[in-house]
Write a protein that binds this ligand. Structure first.
Ligand code: ADP
Ligand code: MG
Length: 296
C-alpha cells in the first residue's frame, strides 16, 4: 500500500517541500550483484531498505567496499537493481520513457569526490555551471562578457540577449549560494583549489533545482579545514534550500557533523540505522562500535 502523502505526482510535490513527514526517497529491498572478472558473482548491495525524508540528512557509513557507492548509484537510477525498487516522491524510478527518466534525474543530483575531474580543462566555471542549467540561451563567453555564439536562444537576435543575460545572472546566483563571487566565472577548473572545485561542483549540482543531493565522499579528498567549510556549506544549503541529503562517507566523524540519522553498511547490508546521537551514544551492532572506536 502506498501512503497517499507520498503518492503525489508532479515535478514538485508540495508536501515534500513543506513538511518533514514525507519520504522523498524510498529504497525498498534493493539488491545488486556484479559479476567479477573471474566470473564469480558478488552481491554489492544486499536487500537494503531505507527512507530519506524531505529536508533530512541521512548518512551512509561503512568501510571501503561495503556497498555505499553502489547504493548511491541505485538511488540515482544509474542502473536498475536486480531486485527491489527505489521511489522518488512515491513514484518508481524507471519510467517507460527516457524523457521521464531525464526529468527525474534533475531532481536528484550527485556530488562525489571530484565531480569536476571529468570536465574539459578548457571549460570555464561559467560554462560548467551553465551547462547544468539545461537547454536554453547560449552562455556568454568568458572574455569580457562577449557572447561566443549568439543564436537560437537569444530573443530578437540581439548579441546581449536577455536569455544569455538571465543565464549568466543565474550562474552568478548559484556561485553566490556556494560562497564564490562573480570573479570565478572566467576561471578554469585548473585554477581552482580543491575546496573551490567542490563549491563549483555543488553549484553545478544545484543548477537543475534538485530536491535531493547524493554526496558520495564529498570531502574525502580535502584538507580538514577545507572539509569543515564544505560541510558547513552543505548544512546551510540544506537549511536554506530545504534539500534532502544522502551523505556517504567512510568517516563517522564527518557524518556526525552533517546528518540527522545514519545507516551503517557492512558487506552490502545495513546492519544498523538510527538517530546519529543515539548511534554514537549506544551503538547496537558490534561493527558500529568498532567503527566508532576508530573516530578520534
Ligand atoms: P563502497 O562505496 O562502500 O566502497 P562500492 O559500492 O563501490 O563500495 O562496492 C561494493 C562492492 O561492489 C565492492 O566489492 C566492489 O568491488 C563491487 N563493485 C562495485 N562496482 C562494481 C562494478 N561496476 N563491477 C564489479 N564490481 C563492482
Ligand atoms: Mg564508494
Amino acid at each position: 500500500l502506498v501512503d497517499p502523502a507520498v503518492s503525489k505526482t508532479g515535478p514538485r510535490s508540495p508536501g515534500a517541500a513543506a513538511g518533514g513527514a514525507v519520504d522523498v526517497v524510498q529504497v525498498r529491498a534493493v539488491t545488486k550483484t556484479f559479476r567479477s572478472l573471474d566470473g564469480r558473482r558478488r552481491t554489492a548491495v544486499d536487500d537494503v531498505s531505507f527512507t530519506l525524508a524531505a529536508g533530512e540528512a541521512l548518512g551512509l557509513v561503512g568501510e571501503s567496499g561495503s556497498g555505499k557507492s553502489t547504493t548511491a548509484r541505485l538511488v540515482l537510477a544509474e542502473f536498475e537493481p536486480d531486485a527491489g525498487s527505489v521511489l522518488l516522491d512515491g513514484e518508481p524510478w524507471s519510467g517507460p520513457r527516457e524523457r521521464d527518466r531525464r526529468a527525474r534525474r534533475s531532481r536528484i543530483q550527485l556530488v562525489d569526490q571530484d565531480p569536476l575531474g571529468s570536465f574539459d580543462p578548457r571549460f570555464t566555471v561559467e560554462q560548467v555551471i551553465a551547462e547544468a542549467l539545461g537547454p536554453g540561451a547560449p552562455v556568454n563567453g568568458s572574455e569580457g562578457g562577449r557572447p561566443e555564439a549568439p543564436g537560437s536562444g537569444v530573443r530578437g537576435g540581439r548579441p546581449f540577449g536577455s536569455g544569455a543575460g538571465a543565464r549568466r545572472e543565474r550562474v552568478v546566483e548559484l556561485l553566490a549560494a556556494v560562497g564564490l563571487d562573480a570573479g570565478f566565472l572566467v576561471r578554469g577548473p585548473a585554477r581552482l583549489s580543491g575546496g573551490q572545485r567542490q563549491r563549483v561542483a555543488i553549484a553545478r549540482a544545484l543548477a537543475p533545482g534538485p530536491e535531493v543531493l547524493v554526496c558520495d565522499e564529498p570531502v574525502s579528498a580535502l584538507d580538514v579545514t577545507v572539509q569543515a567549510q564544505i560541510l558547513a556549506l552543505l548544512a546551510r544549503l540544506r537549511r536554506e534550500a530545504g534539500l534532502s541529503l544522502l551523505f556517504i562517507s567512510h568517516d563517522l566523524g564527518v557524518v556526525r557533523q552533517v546528518c540527522d540519522r545514519v545507516a551503517v553498511m557492512k558487506d552490502g547490508a545495513i546492519v544498523e540505522i538510527g538517530e546519529v546521537d543515539a548511534v554514537f551514544r549506544a551503538p547496537r551492532h558490534p561493527y558500529t562500535a568498532a567503527l566508532l572506536a576508530a573516530v578520534p
